[in-house]
Ligand binder design. Structure first.
Ligand code: FAD
Length: 467
């Protein structure tokens, strides 16, 4: 009799696992429960959908439910929420439109992702307060933008900086949180002519990047007329029915809409209730094969921890490639070919208006010291193309290395959009993956041609400065 692989959650991790398992072992019965209507969607594209660069939500879907069912022979059940896992009986309970069903499994993957965090302050349930964690959030935000733009008062050419026309959906907007979603949404809303106020609790935006990157992005946001308040904790969202103000410790800013970009939290309830262990990060603890503390139960993607390449410790960095990669590895393992999901370096990229930035590894000295390193950091600015080439720009590279061994442990880069900060970060990821030192890196045989870089690419310049 064929075995059954049950998956909870139908996005990056879940559908990668389902597709891979079925491809490797067509006899395996693969059942996916997804509580929503969307599967295999690219949440990463949502800011650009809200901006209007991507026309329809369907464009964000890579494989449709029909394709999964008809072409990949996967038993995909949308609109089914799994409410319980019984690891002893090896069953899950799912609810759909009021009816309950039980499904037996031989192998189970929890791929429930993460939920947008709502900060514990007054007013977050007012009308006009949004998060951006799901396709339906994206739809609501796009509808908000469309409504606002069609509002007559919004179209007034002399709409002042304080947005005097405070009618429904036409005024300034507040973004709480200066992480990558907050910044991408600042761009999306500014491109739609909103007056954008961005509130960041900490002293700098893009906290996980280097200070040099954060400073460059903050300066650029201000150049783009984003009213950026750093060190500015939002203590309340105020209004009678609709949101009217963002209240910080020392200011009250009138707004007509608020986007909360205050991070995500792994969805672990099902796992915890079933007795699975979570790690110190709060996400589901897994081994190298993404197996949880209960055998035959796996967890992958934004709900799970992964091992950090540099520290060797469990880490929680919820990003799309990890979800796809770990989901795929679980699919392969369950189909009979045990596959290590691989470590993570925490590599991330963001576009901030006309800048691009990337980071990888450990840049925070406190964290590096805790992990046993003696960190040293240097930042350089270098030309992105040959000086004589007509369109040259600048790339800022920050490298962090261990003083004793020279091992590269972190990097952060920023440049004008198109000048290569993000693509250059890939070489640095390779140094992290290979435990390479700055002495290795300065001898990397990188490509050179005037339209792309200088003879010594900025990455090599940074390595030479640290070596
Ligand atoms: P999810 O995509 O969260 O999917 C989990 C699924 O499980 C959901 O569909 C949910 O409905 C379902 N589910 C949950 N509980 C149950 C249940 N009990 N029963 C049934 N179904 C359930 N990452 C990057 O690497 N780069 C980016 O540029 C980037 N940009 C992003 C921008 C935005 C606005 C957002 C929101 C995320 C972005 N991410 C980005 C993160 C990336 O989208 C996630 O890392 C990725 O989607 C994680 O995939 P996942 O399958 O683990 O979880």
């Amino acid at each position: 009799m064929s075995e059954t692989f049950v998956i909870v959650g139908g996005d990056a991790a879940g559908m990668s696992a389902a597709s891979k398992a079925k491809r490797e072992d067509p006899d395996l019965e693969v059942v996916v429960f997804e509580k929503g209507e969307w599967v295999s969607y690219g949440a990463c594209g949502l800011p650009y959908y809200v901006k209007g660069e991507i026309q329809s939500l369907e464009d964000l879907v890579s494989v449709t439910p029909e394709e999964f069912r008809e072409e990949r022979d996967i038993d995909l059940r949308t609109g089914h929420e799994v409410t319980e896992i019984d690891p002893d009986a090896k069953t899950v309970t799912a609810v759909s439109e009021g009816s309950t069903l039980e499904q037996a499994y031989d192998y189970l993957l929890i791929a429930t992702g993460a939920a947008a965090v709502t900060p514990p302050i007054d007013g977050v349930d007012l009308e006009g307060v949004y998060t951006l964690g799901s396709m339906s959030d994206g739809k609501e935000l796009r509808e908000y933008v469309a409504r606002a733009r069609s509002n007559e008062s919004f179209q007034q050419p002399d709409r002042g900086p304080a947005c005097q026309y405070l009618e429904d959906c036409s005024g300034p907007v507040g973004i709480v949180g200066g992480g990558y979603i907050g910044i991408e949404m600042a761009e999306a809303l500014a491109a739609n002519d909103f007056e954008v106020h961005l509130f960041q609790r900490g002293e700098r935006v893009l906290n996980g990047f280097s200070e040099a990157t954060s400073e460059a992005v903050a300066e650029h946001l201000r150049e783009q007329d984003v009213a950026l308040s750093v060190g500015s904790e939002v203590v309340e969202v105020a209004g009678s029915e609709r949101v009217e103000e963002v209240v910080t410790e020392d200011d009250r800013v009138p707004v007509e809409m608020v986007l909360l970009g205050t991070g995500v939290r792994p969805r672990t309830n099902l796992a915890k209730d079933a007795g699975l262990e979570c790690g110190e990060t709060g996400a589901i603890a897994t081994d190298a094969y993404c197996e949880t503390t209960v055998s035959d139960v796996y967890a992958a993607g934004d709900c799970a921890e992964a091992t950090h390449t540099v520290t060797g410790e469990p880490a929680y960095v919820p990003l799309a490639l990890t979800a796809n990669r770990h989901g795929r590895a679980v699919g392969q393992t369950v189909a009979g070919r045990p596959t290590d999901g691989g470590d993570i370096t925490g590599t991330a990229a963001v576009k901030a208006f006309d800048l691009e930035a990337a980071r990888t590894g450990i840049l925070d000295h406190e964290r590096a010291t805790e992990a046993g390193f003696d960190p040293i950091t240097k930042t350089i600015n270098a030309n992105s193309r040959a000086g004589y080439y007509p369109e040259d720009g600048t790339v800022t590279v920050t490298l962090t290395a261990d003083l004793e061994t020279g091992r590269v442990i972190g990097a952060s880069l920023v440049s004008e959009y198109g000048e290569g900060a993000v693509h250059r970060s890939h070489a640095l990821v390779a140094t992290l993956e290979e435990d390479a030192t700055v002495f290795d890196l300065e001898n990397y045989d990188l490509a050179y041609a005037p339209p792309f870089n200088t003879t010594w690419d900025p990455v090599l310049v940074a390595a030479k400065v640290l070596a």
